[in-house]
Write a protein that binds this ligand. Structure first.
Ligand SMILES: [Zn+2]
Length: 159
């Protein structure tokens, strides 16, 4: 492990510690702040972490390692590769299959990655864009999301 890795790792640990909670809990809190109601571990393919039955939408909160995000947080396991690699590969295939099944049944799927929790403002916008298609239909989403006035309002409303 080099210094940058060590630094990043301890920064991640601190970030996680200061939240004092799990990624799912953070996402649930952000969703609640948006005023949305959801079900936990609803019986659907892959047992989505949050299910919005009326909206026919689900959210998965994925750990970057277990679900092989391929982001900078993920490093291939150095030891026991014959055990880990097929296991991780199976998880990845299952994820793809579950999302395909959900889509085929008319469910929209959002995957939130563990590494996205570092930027809550951006994540909150992503959740909002996913859950509230009305702003999409209005066709002003891009400018709206980038508008600093709107962002300021959003921050003052939720924080
Ligand atoms: Zn990631």
């Amino acid at each position: 492990m080099d210094n940058i890795d060590a630094e990043r790792r301890s920064k991640n640990m601190r970030a996680i510690k200061s939240q004092d909670t799990l990624p799912e809990v953070i996402v649930r809190r952000l969703v609640r702040q948006l005023g949305m109601r959801y079900r936990l571990k609803y019986l659907l393919p892959g047992k989505p972490d949050l299910t919005f039955v009326g909206r026919r939408k689900v959210i998965f909160v994925h750990g970057c390692f277990w679900h092989q995000h391929g982001c900078r947080l993920v490093r291939p396991p150095k030891s026991n590769q014959s055990y880990w690699l097929p296991k991780l590969e199976r998880t990845k295939i299952r994820d793809v299959e579950n999302i395909a099944k959900l889509n085929a049944a008319g469910w929209s799927v959002l995957v939130v990655w563990e590494c996205e929790l570092k930027d809550e403002a951006t994540l909150r916008r992503r959740l909002q864009e996913f859950l509230e298609p009305s702003s999409e239909q209005a066709g002003i989403l891009g400018t709206f999301a980038e508008n600093p006035f709107h962002l300021g309002m959003e921050l003052s409303r939720y924080e």
